[in-house]
Write a protein that binds this ligand. Structure first.
Ligand SMILES: [Zn+2]
Length: 225
C-alpha cells in the first residue's frame, strides 16, 4: 500500500509549476497527498506543529520537501554577502514556514512517531547540490559529493541528512547514517514510491532515534517564536 505524503514547498517553486507536476504524478498513482495552502495563525510553534500534524500530516507519514533555489538557510552571512551590511533584514526568518513544516515532520511529541523525509532536488539547483565524486584523503574511499549545507537548504534538512558519520571514518556518511532521502525531480517522478518507501522505512528504523531539531538554531527568529 502506498504511503501518503505531505508536500513542503516554497511559493517560488509552486509558481514554477513544480508542486503541480508532483501532485499530478501522485494522483496518477493514487498516492494520497496534502500540502498547506493557507497560513496558520499562531504565535506558538507547538500549536502550529500540532495543527500541521493533526490536520495536514495525519495518515501522511512521509514529507516531500522540495529543494529549489530558495530553500537555503537564511543566515546573516548570506544576507550581508548578497545585500551588504547596510540593508536591514526583516525581523523574521525568510524560511519560517518550511522550517516549521520540517519540524512538524521530524517531531515525535505526544508519542506520535516521526515522519520520513524525501528531499526532491529541483533542476535549477541540481548542479549546486550534486558535485561529482571525490576520494577521502583519510581512508581512500571514493564517494559522491552532495552539497546539502547552509548554501542550499535549511538546517532541519541537512543536519538530519548528515546524521551519523561512518563508524570507520568520520569524514563521510554512508546510507546508514543519513535519515533524509535525497533524489532529483526526474528520478522521483519516474518512481515516487521507491523514494517514499525508503523514507518511510527510515522513520521506522533505529536511526529515527537520533533525529533532532529542537537544538537547531537560526540567525533570525521564526514567525511564531
Ligand atoms: Zn574516509
Amino acid at each position: 500500500m502506498a504511503h501518503g505524503c505531505f508536500i513542503s514547498y516554497k511559493k517560488e517553486d509552486k509558481n514554477r509549476g513544480y508542486l503541480r507536476r508532483i501532485v499530478n504524478r501522485l494522483n496518477e498513482l493514487k498516492i494520497p497527498c496534502s500540502y498547506l495552502d493557507r497560513t496558520i495563525d499562531s504565535d506558538n510553534i507547538d500549536t502550529v506543529i500540532s495543527v500541521l500534524r493533526q490536520e495536514y500530516m495525519n495518515n501522511k507519514p512521509v514529507t516531500l520537501f522540495l529543494i529549489g533555489a530558495n530553500s537555503y538557510e537564511d543566515t546573516k552571512e548570506r544576507w550581508n554577502r548578497t545585500y551588504g551590511y547596510y540593508r536591514l533584514h526583516d525581523e523574521y526568518n525568510e524560511q519560517s514556514f518550511i522550517i516549521r513544516e520540517l519540524r512538524a515532520t521530524l517531531s515525535d511529541y505526544d508519542g506520535n512517531p516521526r515522519h520520513g523525509v524525501v528531499g526532491i532536488v529541483l533542476p535549477e539547483i541540481e548542479n549546486a547540490i550534486y558535485g561529482g565524486q571525490t576520494r577521502c584523503y583519510h581512508c581512500g574511499q571514493v564517494f559522491d559529493v552532495v552539497n546539502v549545507d547552509d548554501n542550499t537548504v535549511i538546517r532541519e534538512f541537512w543536519e538530519n541528512y548528515y546524521l551519523l558519520p561512518d563508524e570507520r571514518c568520520s569524514n563521510h556518511y554512508s546510507e546508514e547514517g543519513r535519515y533524509c532521502i535525497l533524489c532529483r525531480l526526474n528520478e522521483f517522478l519516474q518512481n515516487p514510491n521507491r523514494y517514499i518507501d525508503r523514507a518511510y522505512e527510515k522513520s521506522k528504523s533505529d536511526l529515527a532515534e537520533h533525529v533532532h531539531y529542537k537544538d537547531i538554531k537560526h540567525d533570525y527568529k521564526l514567525r511564531d517564536e
